[in-house]
Design a protein around this ligand. Structure first.
Ligand SMILES: [Zn+2]
Length: 425
């Protein structure tokens, strides 16, 4: 890896880390990616509504979006850019070599999380001065590093374009958290001509110096926002006249945990947030739940979804309240393409000091799976790998990834794969 690319990659990661943006609000990040791709000489750059089919978008909060636009504009993102992307984040750089060869797509996600970052002396971003400058937001899953690796790969691709064949697509995806961004990118047709699609994530079960090839265990998942609306009454005088949304929400939460296990595979259910009620002596009118389910197969996940719907309906009926269930995110399982996994193994074994692992047990979810499915559906292949670090736990306030040590491995994996598939020698 050339020192200029390495230095720029680390600086970019730290720059993005300072300005974390959650799903569908990655305006500064999208602008940074777009400007960088343009400066590198990419002539085909798609962005915003060119890469997102807006009527397929889930879990996008217009109020959050508008607030983020105001912040991004204050940070120097031109209003003309916001207009050009029609307030939708996401960017894709495409290099067409005009020489016959495969279409290879690489996916990099860009979004952050609602977490207040650690400010203690043992937290490297704090010590080195690149801690999040946005209160309550943090890159606590390493997508800042994913984006920076993507831009470093984009630079390498440009510098090597005269000895590459086929087409290389660099896909910068919004809203991976909550599994929202991939589906509308697939629906925009970005993967219809792709032969091989590759994505990665830092950390997980991979430690420092390890590359983990994912064979299975990526769970299908569906995210729900559930709302109950009850009838208010005086809790002392007329408790019998009220219908409590809070009770329906509590009943639902308890029962969700009791969905039977499925015989055909691992399942998960979680209620991550419950907000309800107005005041001590008022029968609660409003209740709001954020919940999710997962399944080892699409069928197991659908079984979980069906139970969520029944439990919500049943509790609404029991407590005599109205309900609304909104699907706000969706991911499927990872298609397994052994040939592509073996190609990645060869690339990984060629990197000095790297140890290769094979992952087969149930882990998290990824909406990259939709991209993989689309490519596999027309005869292509997909794969997903992890590059290791000591992360202190994903989605936690002291998450870190030792950028200078871990990120070069990711860079070498992606460029190594492009070299293998599109290289002329
Ligand atoms: Zn993540």
């Amino acid at each position: 890896m050339k020192p200029e690319i390495f230095n720029e990659m680390i600086a970019t990661r730290r720059q993005i880390h300072k300005h974390p943006e959650e799903g569908w609000t990655e305006f500064e990040t999208t602008y940074l990616v777009y400007e960088r791709l343009k400066a590198l000489g990419y002539t085909k750059i798609l962005k915003g509504t060119e890469v997102i089919k807006t009527d397929c978008v889930l879990g996008r909060d217009e109020q959050l979006v508008q607030k983020a636009i105001a912040r991004a504009v204050a940070q120097g993102v031109p209003q003309s850019f916001i207009d050009a992307i029609e307030s939708y984040t996401g960017c894709v750089g495409i290099l067409e070599t005009a020489r016959p060869g495969p279409v290879v797509a690489l996916r990099f996600d860009m979004d952050a999380l609602r977490i207040e970052e650690a400010d203690t002396a043992d937290h490297l971003p704090q010590v080195l001065g690149f801690r999040s400058e946005y209160p309550g937001l943090m890159h606590a899953c390493g997508h800042d590093a994913h984006t920076a690796v993507g831009l470093a790969v984009a630079r390498w691709v440009m510098e090597n374009k005269d000895r590459l064949n086929g087409t290389i697509k660099l896909v910068f995806q919004p809203a991976e958290e909550g599994v929202r961004g991939a589906w509308p990118m697939v629906q925009a047709g970005l993967f219809d001509d792709v032969d091989y699609v590759l994505a990665s994530h830092c950390g997980g079960k991979a430690g420092p110096g390890e590359v983990a090839l994912v064979h299975r265990g990526v769970l299908a998942s569906t995210k729900f926002d559930i709302r109950f609306t009850g009838t208010p009454s005086h809790a002392g005088n007329q408790p019998h006249r009220g219908h409590s949304a809070l009770m329906a929400a509590c009943g639902t939460s308890m029962m969700l945990a009791g969905i039977p296990r499925h015989g055909d595979g691992t399942s998960r259910v979680a209620v991550g947030r419950l907000v309800a009620g107005e005041g001590r002596n008022i029968t609660p009118v409003h209740a709001y739940i954020q919940a999710e389910v997962r399944g080892e197969t699409a069928e197991v996940n659908e079984f979980m979804c069906e139970n969520v719907r029944k439990i919500v309906m049943g509790n609404a009926m029991a407590y005599n309240v109205d309900y609304e269930i909104e699907r706000v995110g969706d991911a499927t399982t990872l298609d397994r393409c052994p040939e592509m996994i073996e190609a990645l193994r060869e690339v990984a074994l060629g990197i000095e000091g790297v140890k290769v692992l094979d992952l087969k047990s149930p882990a998290g979810s990824e909406d990259f799976t939709w991209m993989g499915k689309r490519v596999v559906a027309h005869g292509g292949q997909c794969a997903f790998f992890r590059w290791g670090c000591r992360h202190n736990g994903h989605h936690k306030f002291h998450f870190d990834l030792q950028d200078t040590e871990s990120m070069p491995v990711a860079f070498k994996m992606f460029t190594g794969y492009v070299n293998k598939m599109n290289g002329q020698n």
